[in-house]
Design a protein around this ligand. Structure first.
Ligand code: 6MZ
Length: 357
């Protein structure tokens, strides 16, 4: 099949997004509008210039504070959630775990708790507009869930408070499904956040860790593997020894191809760890990371993977269905989504494992 046919297939394929930072998903036009509302033409111009600039890791971590400056209000957060889930649905994503770092912004009347509550309220409203695993009139519904992020800049106490907040909110709503460790990978020490992440596990919340985003951090990587998180993000700068240890764990990896190329974490997809993980049959979920910041979509990631790793339509379908197994969802809801995938397999003309569609 030609590249256009494969692009169309990747869009039509039901997909599951497991690694998407809320503020990184912001549409460029929305950020510019929010900046203009807050600071007029100069602020809008500052955003335009930053969005046109480079995307190496340093530049990314300079861009996020700019997003936070304009998008950390109750109204903007609700808009980010609505637009992210709408964009994901338009791209054929049926389930998404958005993650975000709770922020205090007293001048906007936002505490870390009310920040997360604003996100959850918008997500709940969006989820009410459809049904998990359902499609109304050919329109895809993207069901949202929330992962609460601990930022690597947080102190041990701050990280504990973040996890306690996640635990409290998870008791109030099934929309909170897990905890993430993210933030500038050059900052901080694993031992600082480990007690907080242990608390998440003790309280039954699954954990995903940003892992091996920088080279030369094998000892941190080893501690992270020993912690036994439910998922890992990136794993893009593993050295050969750490890579074999990772393979032995079978911990699913959230792979973000465009992000890794744009941040210059890897020069070509041929050298990307994803190629080796797939060859080894290691569980992988393709993800976007920051769709706004890196100007990508999940279907674009699937198309890239198909081209770089020589995947057939059937392999792409199984890849996508496989991601669902790693979602932080109860089995019953996974089963509803599997049903949706099976219906789609017949429509897309791909044979499914054990089926003859
Ligand atoms: C590590 C990242 C990231 O939480 O404000 N974030 N952390 N590596 C990455 N790879 C490029 N991309 C995003 O979303 C933005 C925050 O997500 C984390 C950073 O902490 C960033 O500030 P929220 O919604």
């Amino acid at each position: 099949m030609g590249p256009e046919g494969m692009a169309e297939f990747a869009r039509a394929l039901p997909k599951v997004e497991l690694h998407a930072h809320l503020n990184g998903c912001v549409r460029g036009a929305t950020l510019e509008e929010l900046a203009r509302e807050a600071g007029g033409a100069p602020a809008a111009a500052e955003v335009r210039a930053a969005l046109a600039g480079p995307r190496d890791l340093r530049a990314c971590f300079a861009l996020f504070p700019l997003v936070h400056r304009f998008a950390t209000t109750r109204a903007a957060l609700a808009r980010l959630v609505r637009e992210s889930l709408a964009d994901l649905a338009a791209d054929g994503v049926v389930y998404a775990e958005l993650r975000t770092t709770p922020k205090d912004r007293p001048e906007e009347g936002l505490s870390r708790r009310s920040y997360l509550e604003a996100v959850l309220r918008a997500m709940e409203e969006h989820n009410r507009s459809g049904r998990i695993g359902g499609a109304a009139g050919g329109r895809v519904h993207c069901e949202g869930r929330l992962i609460v992020s601990v930022d690597r800049r947080e102190s041990a106490d701050h990280a504990l408070a973040t996890v306690r907040l996640a635990v409290e909110l998870a008791a109030e709503t099934p929309l909170v499904v897990g905890v993430d460790l993210s933030g500038d990978p050059a900052v901080g020490e694993w031992s600082t956040w480990e007690p907080a992440l242990l608390l998440a596990h003790a309280k039954g919340l699954p954990v995903t860790l940003h892992f091996a985003e920088l080279p030369g951090r094998a000892s941190e990587g080893r501690s992270m593997l020993a912690f036994a998180p439910e998922r890992l993000g990136h794993a893009v700068r593993v050295d050969p020894a750490l890579e074999s240890e990772l393979l032995a764990t079978r911990i699913p990896v959230e792979v973000c191809l465009t992000s890794n190329l744009k941040t210059q974490s890897v020069a070509t997809l041929g050298e990307h760890v994803c190629a080796r993980l797939l060859r080894a049959g290691h569980p992988v979920a393709l993800c976007t990371d920051d769709s706004g910041v890196f100007d990508t979509t999940l279907s674009a990631e699937f198309l890239m993977a198909a081209e770089a790793f020589g995947l057939s339509r059937r392999a792409l379908f199984e890849f996508s269905l496989g991601s669902l197994e790693h979602a932080f969802l109860p089995e019953g809801l996974k089963e509803s989504l599997r049903g949706h995938f099976l219906v789609a397999a017949a429509r897309l003309g791909v044979a499914t494992p054990g089926g003859d569609a």
